[in-house]
Ligand binder design. Structure first.
Ligand code: WTA
Length: 654
């Protein structure tokens, strides 16, 4: 892990700080006192947050950690997640409040009130029940960013079915393997989605995946685009079947530890991990963090989280946290540059968005496009800005603050993971004086430390590995079907700590700086992709003998995928150009377009240790155009010369 320390040494000390305005402080949901409150009685603090939800049966114990690392939170409690996200707001007199302000990419708009949302969720719950789905069954959701996606997730939660949302940019093969791993009974999808001004068909990928998935009995299809699709005997139209259901449905209360969803994420091996989340603890933490970190005022705020529901951010901060808190939120279907590069700013002005939550990669893209796009709009409705998914560099943070926030909005840089379920490290907007680029400190109720190789917590001014020192309510409860992998991945380096896989530094003031992954996971535009997964995809192509993949620093996407490929005998004659294109497309077919390498270099050899482990560090030097570092551990030190020679003769860029 020498690299971690080198990075740390290079990190400059950041001295700028931005305290919240006195006006923001006066009105803030959270005050500094909650840090002390949580410290004095951590479990009592969480119990209090949990009681902000509606429990059908109260819990008798806050945390059962006797079977660590398998936690049980709010033991004995029973609740229904969909009831908490929808019905209770209608019953408390807010049925006419708009829950979702949907805007499609072509410009179609629809407002959905909490009462309408309740009707739709009840109808969908009745529909999936009629299709044979019951509590504990798995349902795969492969959908665009349309309100039905939210309804589908809530309908599953309502009947206790476990949803597995698969990002609609994933390939048929990626969808099939996730359906198979979870043995999903039902797939919910749409005919297509609007992307960049045209219709992208979704159903063909589902058809292909379902043809090879004997567990699937039905496919429920939303008609979004009206594009031509094939129709099979398992297929059911949403607008016929769901629309005709009764809007009455009595929610059943489920145990606090009843599974709520599986979400697949990349790990350090080729096989994605099905991260398992459960009911009471998850809903407690996502609603608590959404309320204190975003300072949500349900009667006046218009919230917009730009994530896709295919990622955990969409689960926790579009669906569960916000709806549990009675949010009014914008959901936008399309891309930020359709029809023009000002689409987001136009949306913010028209909908009066007050809280924006997005990713550094988007911020850097907007910086590149130019200030004139946001500056043409009135963004003064904004009062709080959030960032998530990867480290935000200080320049991007400052741009976000001044150009988007008009120097008037606190920025919350929120660190968390698919595994943590909810935010863990973040400023509190009415309390923390923030530093540009720092996630600052653990939220009240969360235990965090930066440790060295031996697991010893480090003091200020030092860097090492980020660990979580205490169980937390929204923590993953395991990996679907593979509990040993759960233990090995997160709890084996130091059995007393959860190892996050990130490097981090505490500066001299104790502020936390995230330094990126220390394992073989890349972070491309905030999406986690494992090097091994892309390598497996490349090697599955008949021309490829071996592949090594690294994440190289990239100005816009954080990291970019760079692949080094050795061809099978007989293929060397090719000048590479056609093949490189073919290989990139092959990766898109195997995994999805997000995993397409930016660059593929055809090389004669790969740098390996004597035990055969590829030294990615050296390849990273090449990919980032640095002079190659220490190569003395190579089995054959001449290999790096061969690679350089090979690069000169092969076509590198596509
Ligand atoms: C990275 C996304 C720096 C980190 C919610 C983590 C971040 C991985 C931040 C999880 C942040 C997320 N600053 N890095 N504010 N937020 N990360 O599972 O490397 O898609 O381990 O969850 O993203 O990615 P995931």
């Amino acid at each position: 892990m020498a690299e971690v320390h080198e990075t740390l040494d290079n990190l400059m000390q950041e001295n700028r700080t931005f305290p919240p305005s006195p006006a923001f402080v006066t009105e803030a949901n959270a005050t500094a006192a909650i840090y002390d409150e949580a410290e004095a009685d951590r479990l009592g603090f969480w119990a209090k947050q949990a009681r902000g939800l509606d429990w059908d049966t109260d819990f008798t114990e806050v945390l059962d950690w006797s079977n660590a690392p398998f936690a049980k939170w709010f033991v004995g409690g029973k609740l229904n997640v969909a009831y908490n996200c929808v019905d209770r707001h209608v019953l408390s007199g807010h049925g006419d409040q708009i829950a979702i302000r949907f805007e499609g990419e072509p410009g179609d708009q629809i407002n959905i009130t909490y009462r309408e949302l309740m009707d739709q969720v009840c109808k969908a719950a009745n529909a999936i029940t009629e299709l044979g789905v019951s509590a504990g069954d798995r349902v795969a959701i492969y959908m665009p960013m349309i309100p039905e996606a939210v309804v589908a997730m809530l309908a599953c939660a309502r009947v206790g079915a476990v949803h597995s949302v698969v990002f609609a940019g994933f390939s048929a093969e990626a969808l099939r393997s996730r359906i198979e791993d979870a043995q999903a009974k039902l797939v919910i999808t749409a005919d297509g989605q609007n992307r960049r001004g045209s219709v992208m068909s979704l159903k063909p990928a589902v058809d292909e995946a379902v043809a090879a998935s004997p567990s699937v009995n039905n496919v429920l299809v939303v008609r979004r685009c009206g594009n031509d699709i094939a129709w099979g005997e398992k297929d059911v139209w949403w607008h016929e079947f769901v629309a005709n259901q009764s809007p009455e449905h009595t929610p059943i209360a489920f145990d606090s530890e009843h599974p709520l969803f599986i979400l697949y994420t990349s790990g350090t091996t080729g096989k994605p991990k099905g991260i398992l989340h459960t009911t009471g603890g998850y809903l407690t933490q996502v609603s608590y963090t959404h309320r204190v970190v975003f300072d949500l005022k349900p009667d006046t705020d218009v919230f917009w989280c730009t994530a896709d529901i295919g990622w955990v951010t969409g689960h926790s901060y579009i669906v569960y946290g916000p709806l549990a808190n009675r949010v009014t939120q914008v959901i936008y279907e399309g891309t930020p540059d359709t029809p023009g590069k000002d689409r987001w700013w136009d949306i913010i002005q028209r909908h009066g968005v007050t809280i924006l939550y997005t990713a550094p990669t988007a911020i850097r893209t907007f910086m590149k496009w130019g200030d004139e796009f946001p500056q043409a709009y009135d963004l003064s409705s904004l009062r709080l800005l959030g960032s998530v998914g990867e480290p935000i560099n200080p320049e991007a943070w400052m741009w976000y603050r001044s150009v988007i926030g008009g120097n008037n909005c606190p920025i919350v840089d929120t660190w968390w993971q698919t595994e943590t379920g909810g935010m863990m490290i973040s400023p509190l907007p009415g309390v923390t004086a923030t530093k540009p680029g720092s996630a600052m400190r653990a939220l009240p109720g969360i235990g965090m430390a930066v440790v060295d190789d031996a697991g010893t917590p480090l003091g200020n001014g030092h860097g090492g590995f980020l660990v979580l020192t205490e169980p937390w309510p929204a923590m993953l409860r395991g990996i679907w079907g593979d509990n040993q992998r759960f233990i090995d991945t997160y709890w084996s380096k130091w059995p007393q700590f959860y190892f996050a896989g990130d490097g981090a530094k505490l500066d001299n003031d104790g502020a936390l700086w995230l330094l990126g992954r220390v394992d073989d996971v890349m972070n491309v535009s905030g999406h986690r992709i494992s090097t091994t997964e892309v390598e497996s995809a490349l090697v599955s192509h008949p021309s490829v003998a071996e592949a090594a993949v690294v994440g190289a620093a990239d100005e816009t996407t954080g990291q970019a995928i760079v692949a080094f490929v050795i061809l099978r005998g007989g293929m060397e004659g090719d000048d590479g150009t056609t093949l490189v294109t073919e290989l990139r497309n092959h990766v898109a077919t195997e995994i999805g377009a997000i995993a397409k390498p930016k660059k593929i270099m055809i090389v004669p050899e790969l740098p390996k240790t004597r035990s055969g482990k590829i030294l990615r560090r050296l390849l990273q030097d090449v990919a980032e155009h640095r002079s190659v570092g220490d190569s003395t551990t190579l089995a054959d030190p001449a290999v790096m010369n061969l690679i350089s020679a090979g690069l000169e003769s092969s076509s590198a860029d596509d």
